[in-house]
Design a binder for this molecule. Structure first.
Ligand SMILES: [Zn+2]
Length: 227
C-alpha cells in the first residue's frame, strides 16, 4: 500500500487494534491490522499520521547514516524520502547507480571495496541533488527577491545548510538527497532568506511565514540545527 508517497507494509493479525510502526534500522512503515479492518480504514489512519511518520523516518535516516554501513546487498538506501533495497552488482563497466522499483542498483567493478562503493554512491547523490537545485532556485529567487551566486553541496556533520551572505553562496548538506524534496526546499528557502536577514529573529520568521507558511512543520521534521 502507498499513502502520500510512503510505502506501507500491511501485516494482518489476530489483534484488536491497529498498530503503526516506523521500524529501525531502515525506517520502513509497518502496520499491524486486525483481520476485520479494511484497507480504507488503514489508509485513513496512515494518512492522518503522515507528518509523524516523516519525522520518524528522518530520525532513522539520521541515525542510520551515523552508523557505519557496509554498503552491501540487502541494506537499505534512501533517496528523496523513499527507502530502497541496495543491490550491489559487480560488472566490468563504468560504475553507475540506478533505481528500479524498490531497488537501488549500485554497479561497480568486481572487487570494489567499501570506500569505492561509497564514492560511487556519493557522486550519484551529489549529481541528483544538484539536478534539483536549478528549478528550485528559479522558482524561489523571484519570490524571495534575492539572487544566489552559487549553491553547492557537501557532506556536513552537524548542519543541513549554511549561507555565506557576503558571497551569496549557499552550501547544502549532501544528506538532503536522501530526504523528501520538501526538506531540501525548506533548507534552501531558509538559507535564501538569510540573504535578506542574517539572524534568526522576528523579521526572519516573518519572512519565512510569508514565503513558506508551513516552514515550522518542515523544520520539526528535520530536527537538526540550520545555520
Ligand atoms: Zn538560519
Amino acid at each position: 500500500m502507498e499513502v502520500g508517497g510512503i510505502q506501507v507494509e500491511l501485516v494482518r493479525k489476530d489483534i484488536k487494534h491497529l498498530h503503526l510502526r516506523v521500524c529501525p534500522p531502515d525506517g520502513r512503515v509497518r502496520v499491524s491490522v486486525p483481520r476485520r479492518v479494511n484497507d480504507a480504514t488503514v489508509r485513513a489512519m496512515v494518512a492522518s499520521r503522515l507528518e509523524w511518520i516523516r519525522r520518524q523516518q528522518a530520525r532513522v535516516v539520521r541515525e542510520g547514516s551515523r552508523a557505519k554501513r557496509e554498503l552491501v546487498t540487502g541494506e537499505t538506501s534512501w533517496f528523496e524520502g523513499r527507502a530502497y533495497r541496495l543491490q550491489v552488482i559487480e560488472v566490468d563497466a563504468a560504475p553507475s547507480v540506478g533505481l528500479r522499483d524498490g531497488t537501488m542498483e549500485l554497479r561497480v567493478r568486481p572487487g570494489s571495496d567499501r570506500s569505492k562503493r561509497e564514492a560511487v554512491l556519493e557522486a550519484w547523490y551529489r549529481r541528483k541533488l544538484q539536478e534539483r537545485i536549478p528549478a528550485l532556485l528559479a522558482h524561489w529567487e523571484p519570490k524571495v527577491g534575492v539572487q544566489v551566486a552559487e549553491c553547492r553541496t557537501k557532506l556536513m556533520k552537524s548542519r543541513w545548510g549554511t549561507c555565506n551572505v557576503e558571497a551569496r553562496r549557499i552550501w547544502l548538506n549532501l544528506e538532503l538527497a536522501k530526504m523528501p524534496v520538501a526538506h531540501l526546499e525548506w533548507i534552501l528557502v531558509h538559507e535564501m532568506v538569510h540573504l535578506l536577514e542574517r539572524r534568526h529573529n522576528d523579521r526572519f520568521r516573518a519572512l519565512l511565514d510569508r514565503f513558506l507558511p508551513d516552514w515550522r512543520s518542515r523544520r520539526d521534521a528535520l530536527n537538526r540545527p540550520i545555520d
